[in-house]
Design a protein around this ligand. Structure first.
Ligand code: GLU
Length: 614
């Protein structure tokens, strides 16, 4: 299916929006900004898939010119910073997973945002009242929640480890899109409207994203010359121009003295980040997590993200049964229970490994998964959340079922963006980047064209010494980001990842189950309605599953005998009830690559290959 995503306004001379307004007179047919997009593409020579047509085109152009998957991933990610600025950008962080065709190994970079060196344990307590800040609006729109951004350093590190381009070259396509502009679509307008109150609180944000006091209209051109200039600066001087010098000082000033409008009613508490925190930021090269699922080697992101351990543990649990021989409702029942169990362990054990002893090996051990699988009743969903397992003592033999149950509060959001790239040499990148909530902290660094994250809201809201995700100075908040690569005999079979806060984990898991066990193609597996069991309880203590309305319509009655409580998805901050606008690439047995993006959610994504084939 090919859809025309961007419609250029019919009026002659489309109004250019952004920091500098100007008329764009090119007729629609000749305008390079008018892009088409398709959610699937099959062929040879390399592939790119993202949520956005401009970003996918930027990555593909790099591949066409001889760049490798890492070069193309950085180019696409930087372009997403322009066209998906409320989900990703240099004001945020992310996790980069790379398969190297020569060595047939998977390696990763942890580019997670980090708490300032002086962030106190009670940072989420309002000093004026001694009571916890409300999550909304106090924490989400604040300096407190801004973590030291990791994205620029991630791009630099990925290029120096595996790329062929320097940062300046890799940023060029994004600079072009920022300067020439892109065509506003409904998703961009809606996300801007959803953030209107927050963006109005900061003159630097409203002048960029609310020109004339309104969200840009669908079909108009949006330019971001300030971001182009910031990218140029990084291209010329390297990431030291971000982490030291005037820009670093401006970031710290924005966090410490949020530049809010005198008329806003939002409180916007200040944060603790200093220029020294930025100067001290480093990415971390990490070994991936690994499990084997039905013969595939599944590599994921190790802590500080909980993605790899939680997807991995769920797969180990599911590997104890044969889903493909079950009815679909029975298989879905196992899928839901497996993730609930893994989330119980995530809550008890996973945090930043620089601060807590995370039992990554045990959590991804097949024997531990086997033992956890004992908790699943094949006919009946648990009615209360599962208790965590014992990672210090397991042998694959069923223990007595724990009597009581634990549940966590979840404050993660649905923002973030994901991209997948493969090149003609067989290298693969799976990269998820974020500024946390859609619209991050809402604060644009004045004159610099990018929004700062509010990632530190991913720390647990209430501080407890036994919580692996408690606030600590210099710590990375636990993520759910799950860029995942499946290998078959050392060669890539499937690479996938998703946005969606803690539902990222279940989206990636469900898609693997759909593809590997339930006989769906990768595009079908992505399009399928989703349900997410994160071991939550409602106010009466009853375990529940969050499910897209489409999932409830399709499977609700067939799942009813299992007793799952399906609660329709939806989010307090946006009008969307969608779970996960995913991207993936499958490597077909005949040597072609099948690039797939979400077809509908978030307006649909864009997949392209260098040389299409039927
Ligand atoms: N903060 C989330 C995480 O790192 C990502 C943001 C989102 O997807 O809402 O897990």
């Amino acid at each position: 299916m090919t859809t025309l995503r961007h419609r250029v306004a019919a009026a002659a001379g489309v109004l250019a929006l952004g920091v500098t307004a100007g008329a764009v007179a090119a007729p629609a047919s000749a305008d390079p900004r008018q892009t088409t997009k398709s959610p699937t593409a099959v062929g040879f020579g390399g592939a790119v898939t993202t949520v956005d047509a401009d970003a996918t085109a930027a990555g593909l152009d790099v591949l066409r010119k001889g760049g490798n998957a890492v070069d193309a991933a950085v180019a696409a990610a930087a372009t997403l910073g322009v066209t998906e600025p409320y989900s990703a950008g240099i004001g945020g962080g992310g996790y980069f997973v790379y398969y190297d065709a020569k060595t047939r190994t998977v390696q990763t970079i942890d580019g997670r945002e980090t708490a300032p060196a002086v962030m106190p344990h009670d940072a989420f307590i309002d000093p004026a009242t001694q009571k916890p800040y409300n999550f909304t609006p106090q924490l989400v729109t604040s300096g407190i929640s801004v973590g030291v951004p990791g994205t620029a350093a991630t791009w630099q590190r990925a290029l120096e480890r595996w790329g062929t381009l320097d940062l300046g070259e890799a940023l060029k396509p994004a600079i072009k899109v920022a300067d020439r502009g892109f065509v506003v679509d409904q998703t961009f307008r809606q996300q801007t409207l959803d953030n209107k109150l927050r963006f109005e609180a900061f003159p630097a944000t409203s002048s960029l994203y609310l020109p004339g006091g309104d969200a840009p209209q669908v079909g108009t051109i949006f330019q971001n010359h300030d971001l182009a200039a910031t990218y140029r600066l990084l291209g010329q001087q390297g990431t030291s121009a971000f982490y030291t010098g005037p820009l670093a000082q401006e970031i710290a000033n924005t966090v410490q003295n949020p530049p809010k409008s005198p008329t806003t009613t939002l409180p916007v508490p200040p944060g603790h980040m200093t220029a020294a925190d930025l100067a001290g930021y480093t990415t971390i090269d990490r070994a991936p997590t690994h499990v084997n699922y039905r013969g595939y080697d599944v590599y994921g992101m190790a802590p500080s993200s909980s993605g790899g351990t939680t997807v991995g543990e769920s797969l180990n649990i599911l590997d104890t049964v044969n889903l493909s021989e079950m009815t679909v409702p029975q298989a879905l029942h196992y899928y839901l229970e497996s993730s609930a169990l893994a989330f119980a362990d995530r809550g008890k054990y996973v945090g930043d490994p620089a601060f807590v002893n995370v039992p990554t090996q045990a959590l991804t051990d097949p024997l531990f998964g086997k033992e956890r699988a004992c908790q699943i009743d094949s006919n009946k969903a648990t009615q209360v959340p599962f208790m965590p397992g014992d990672v210090s003592n397991f042998d694959g033999v069923c223990p007595a079922r724990p009597a009581s149950a634990a549940s966590e509060k979840d404050t993660e959001n649905i923002s973030t963006t994901n991209l997948t790239v493969a090149d003609k040499w067989g290298n693969v990148v799976e990269y998820t980047l974020t500024i946390e909530q859609t619209g991050g902290s809402g604060m644009v660094v004045p004159g610099r064209g990018f929004i700062l994250n509010n990632e530190l809201t991913d720390f647990s809201a209430v501080w407890s010494a036994s919580d692996p995700n408690r606030i600590e100075p210099g710590k990375r908040p636990r993520s759910s980001i799950s860029p995942t690569i499946l290998l078959e005999d050392g060669r890539p079979f499937l690479a996938l990842g998703s946005p969606g806060g803690s539902t990222i984990i279940t989206t990636v898991l469900q898609t693997i189950v759909n593809r590997v066990d339930l006989g769906m193609t990768t595009p079908e597996a992505i399009a399928e309605p989703r349900a997410s069991d994160r071991n939550f309880a409602n106010s009466s203590g009853h375990a529940f599953v969050t499910a897209e309305p489409g999932f409830i319509a399709k499977y609700g009655s067939a799942l009813a005998p299992f007793g799952h409580l399906l609660v329709p998805s939806g989010d307090a901050f946006t009008s969307a009830a969608e779970i996960g606008a995913e991207t993936a690439i499958e490597f077909l047995p005949d040597g072609r690559t099948l690039a797939a993006a979400e077809p509908v959610r978030r307006g649909g994504g864009s997949a392209m290959v260098v040389t299409p084939s039927p």
